[in-house]
Every structure is written in C-alpha cells, then in structure tokens.
Design a protein around this ligand. Structure first.
Ligand SMILES: C[C@H](N)C(=O)N[C@@H](Cc1c[nH]cn1)C(=O)O
Ligand SMILES: [Zn+2]
Ligand SMILES: [Zn+2]
Length: 531
C-alpha cells in the first residue's frame, strides 16, 4: 500500500509536466506519419529501411535466425508458463521467487549482469509475507550507444482449469497457431521476446546496437508492492537511470487482431475493498435468518449504488476533473482501426455499450473512467445450495482512472459517497473500506523514440501502426517516466483477443515470432537515434 501513498505525493510534484490533455491532442497525425514513412520493405527482401539507416543487411539475418528457432522459443515459453507465479496468492510466493531465478539464469546466459533486489514484506491478514525480489539487470555500458530501460513482469493472474479453460492453464498448449497458457501474453511471452531478440543478435555474431537495463518484477498483478520504493529510494539515488535514454514496456496488446499498435497512454486504477461484518462467524440461515442485519444485504446495497446499467458511475463528481475533450482529440478516434462488431463477437457479448459506436467505445476505454464490480470474498460462490449467512463479506470493485484524475481525490470522492450511502442505509453493522491506487499515464507520441518504434513496426508488419491508448493499467509506467525523466513507450506484442486475465489466455505464434523480430528491429532503430 505504501507505494500508492508515495505515488500520490510524487504526483503532486510532477503532475504539471505530464500535461495529459496536451498529449491527448496527439501531434502525430496520419499526415505527419505519412511524411516520415520510409519505402515499403520486408525483411525477406533487401530492406530499404535498414539500408537507409544502417550499412548492412543485419536485420534480415536476425529475422532469418528467428524464423529458424521458432521451436526453441515455444519451448522456453512452455517452461515459463509452467511456473505458476501467481502474485495474489501467498501460497504461490515460492513460485514467484522461482520464476525470478529462472529469468535471472536466462539473462545471465545472454551475458547480462544481474542483481536480485530485496523489496521487503507485504502484510496479508496481519502477517508479514516476504515479497519476491526484483530482478535488475544490465547488458552493455558503451557510452557511445543509447541505453534502453526495459520493464516487464513475471507474475500472472490466478487460473484454474475449472474456470473454463480448455486445457491446463499452466501447461502451454498450441492449437490453431495459438499458444494457450496463463501468462503467455501477459507478460511472459513479451519478456522472453526481449531475451530472444538479444540472443538473435548474439547468435549471428553481431553486437547489440544499444545498452539495456532491465527491471523485472513479480508483483505487477498485485499492485507492484515495493517497486516504487526501489525505483525512487534505491535505483534513482544509485544513478541507475542516469545513463537511460529511453524506457520501453511490452505489457499490453494491439487494439484488434491484425493492426500493430504503439501505445502512449494507460488508465490508472483505484481499487476498493468494502468490508461489512454482521457477526463473528457464518450463521445457519434457518436458525439465525430473520434475527440479524445481514452483511451481504448491506454490501449488495452499497455495490448497487456505484454504477448504473449503462456504465455511468454514480459517485458524486466522479467526472468533474476528467480532462476535457478537445476538437483535435475527437478527430483522433475516427482514424483508429477498431471494428466493434469483431470486438463484440470475439468476447461473445450480447450488446456493446454506447450503441456499439466505435469512437464512443474507444473514448470510454481510453479517456473516461469506468467502474467494475469484481467479486465478493466470503460469499458462498461454490456450486450448490449453501444456506449460510456470511458473517463477513468483502466487496471488491475498481475504477479505471484517467488523466487529470488524481488517486487521492478519487479515493476521497468514493469514501465520501460510500459513507453517505451507509448513513442513509442506517445499518448497525461494521463497515471498513480500504483502497489502493495508481495514476494514469500519457506520453508524447511525436517523440523520435515513437518514430523509431514506428519504423520498426513498418519493417516487420509493412503497415502503419495505430497510435493507441490502453484501458488497462501498469502503475509503474508513470513511476518510470518520473524516475528516468525520459520518454516512455509501450510496444505491445499480443493481439487484442488474447484474453489476458481471462480463461484461455493465449499468444498467437505469429505475434510471438514477429514480436521477437519487432523487438530486434526496435533495438536497431533506437540504436540509430542520435545520442
Ligand atoms: C495491462 C497490464 N498487462 C495489466 O494487466 N495490468 C493490470 C494491473 C493491475 C492492477 N491491479 C491489478 N492488476 C490491470 O490493468 O488490471
Ligand atoms: Zn501485464
Ligand atoms: Zn495483467
């Protein structure tokens, strides 16, 4: 939790330099992208981009190597997926540590120096549980080369076959050109992608065009506990970021399934635990029903007051500080390649919100807050007609927050609203609300760093990337932006239908393999940027 407090104090100092509404206007227009578009090329032919910007056919050789090693890349992902590094479950803490060690060995094999940084303990049910170490690694320190700091995470969301998986979640299985397994796309595939790209340079006997600094954690899916303290209280004072020129994260997805994206914005997250207690233990509803004020009824009442059927958040003033829409920003959504019908079909939704209008859907995914109800701890969720009155229940919901919304301000609005509703309810039960939050992030997509990544995308996919934002959250992104004071870019590997966090998470073989090439081409392009 402390990281969020730290985040908030930092946000007060640095917020003005982020200027999200300015960036929302995205100075990258299709016209400017056209202007810097190099001739079409493909790695299997002589590559014009490569010729234009370097003196040999290095990339085609790398791409050939990648194509020849597909099986070994799948094998390595299989090994990684087999480690159930579920950060939210303390029973899997040893697996998280094992995953960090496993990755450390892989980094050592490519010649990187590695360090495991202790980030202390987390409190679970009043007990102190040791956090998995953060893997910090350095590869190369040539002062003539640019240095990229790469962040990724090694932990995963929980998964059970009984949730509706077609195969064991922690056993990577290939079906129809798709690699199914928990963590395949989020985020083990992309992390391994960097390793494979580095390996490819080595395998063909070429020097890496950049220096690399890795920060790999195993708590991202659980609020990245301890990471901000490591960044701001240890790594930054130690000078870790002094040599960093660019920051790159591959931990999100394309918007659709065919068009590659480069991402310049993320929503933040404000997560709530609403605990209502009516008794010290669960009670037989036949024996006690009718004699107690039930916790579950109170909780359902509170949760039902949060959002209406169309997704409008009912919390007073929740939209007040959202960055205003500009005319320029409005135009951006029209040119984005996003097919609401395919999107609806891929998730099997009965109907999309906002009448399925593309622009509205994108806006509500990227630039407006949304509130989701996640679940209730202590509820009798197992199948069968259990007749118990839960003594204590914890409702979980979160708000994806957006530019200009500060976590502290959002948390206050939520607490005030819930306390008001609780007073109206007049329940004698005990209510406790806790929150943890991370801010939204936006970046300048007209920066040369983004242009370099766009060149790499064109080289691999022969198409213009969409400059996208992401509805999800990677709270450390803004911390890395602040700690390094450098341009941060998200370079997704997976496709929009990968179903991260869900049943049958997958990574397309094509996205994995072309993603490795993309990373190699991106390293090359950043290597060519003026130092
Ligand atoms: C986008 C990224 N791959 C991701 O899944 N982020 C999570 C982060 C999170 C925050 N609380 C728990 N997990 C997300 O957006 O849900
Ligand atoms: Zn992730
Ligand atoms: Zn995730």
């Amino acid at each position: 939790m402390s990281r969020f407090i730290l985040k908030r104090s930092i946000s007060a100092i640095c917020y003005s330099f982020i200027q999200p509404d300015f960036r929302l206007q995205s100075r990258i227009t299709q016209a400017s992208l056209q202007a810097c578009r190099p001739p079409r090329c493909h790695y299997s032919k002589a590559c014009e981009v490569t010729k234009m910007s370097s003196n040999d056919k290095l990339l085609p050789r790398i791409f050939k190597h990648v194509d020849e090693n597909v099986d070994s890349y799948k094998q390595l992902l299989k090994e990684a997926v087999a480690i159930p590094s579920i950060s939210s479950d303390a029973a899997h803490r040893d697996d998280c540590v094992r995953m960090v060690h496993w990755t450390q060995e892989k980094l050592k094999e490519v010649g990187a120096t590695t360090e495991l940084r202790d980030v202390g303990f987390q409190t679970i049910d009043g007990k102190q549980v040791k956090l998995p170490p953060v893997l910090v690694s350095v590869l190369g320190n040539d002062p003539k080369k640019n240095t990229i700091c790469i962040y990724g995470h090694l932990d995963v969301q929980p998964a059970l076959k009984s949730d509706g998986w077609l195969s064991e979640p922690f056993e990577l299985v290939e079906r129809d050109g798709k690699l199914f397994g928990r963590g395949s796309t989020d985020d083990k595939g992309p992390v391994l992608g960097w390793l494979h790209a580095i390996n490819a340079y080595k395998a063909i006997g070429e020097e890496l065009p950049v220096n690399l600094k890795f920060i790999l954690e195993c708590m991202e899916e659980s609020g990245s506990e301890g990471l901000d303290e490591l960044l701001f209280e240890k790594l930054k004072p130690e000078g870790f970021f002094d040599s960093v020129d660019y920051v790159c994260i591959s931990d999100n997805y394309w918007l659709g399934t065919t068009k590659p994206c480069i991402t310049y914005g993320l929503r933040g997250i404000s997560y709530y635990f609403v605990e209502v207690e009516c008794a010290k233990m669960d009670l037989h509803s036949g024996v006690y029903g009718g004699t107690v004020h039930e916790a579950m009824s109170d909780l359902i009442y509170l949760m039902s007051e949060l959002v209406d059927k169309d997704g409008k958040i009912l919390i007073t003033d929740m939209y007040k500080s959202v960055a205003p829409m500009t005319e320029d920003e409005k135009k951006l959504y029209t040119s984005i390649d996003f097919d609401p019908v395919a999107y609806k079909t891929s998730i099997g939704a009965h109907q999309l919100a906002h009448n399925g209008v593309k622009e509205q859907l994108l806006m509500h995914r990227w630039r407006y807050p949304s509130l989701s109800l996640h679940g209730i701890e202590g509820a009798a969720f197992q199948p069968g007609a259990k007749t118990v009155i839960p003594g204590k229940v914890i409702g979980k919901f979160s708000i994806r927050i957006v530019p200009h919304q500060e976590p502290a301000e959002v948390e206050k609005l939520v607490m005030d609203y819930l306390n008001k509703k609780w007073a109206e309810r007049g329940s004698p039960n005990k209510l406790k609300i806790t929150a943890q939050s991370g801010r939204a992030w936006t970046e300048d997509p007209s920066h040369p760093h983004y242009q370099a990544a766009a060149r790499a995308v064109r080289m691999i996919f022969q198409t213009e990337p969409d400059m996208s934002r992401e509805g999800g959250s990677i709270p450390v992104t803004i911390s890395l932006q602040e700690a390094s004071a450098r341009n941060v870019l998200l370079l997704p590997m997976g496709a929009g239908d990968d179903m991260a966090h869900s049943q049958n998470e997958k990574l397309n073989v094509r996205n994995y393999i072309e993603g490795i090439k993309l990373f190699a081409a991106y390293l090359h392009e950043v290597g060519l940027l003026k130092k």
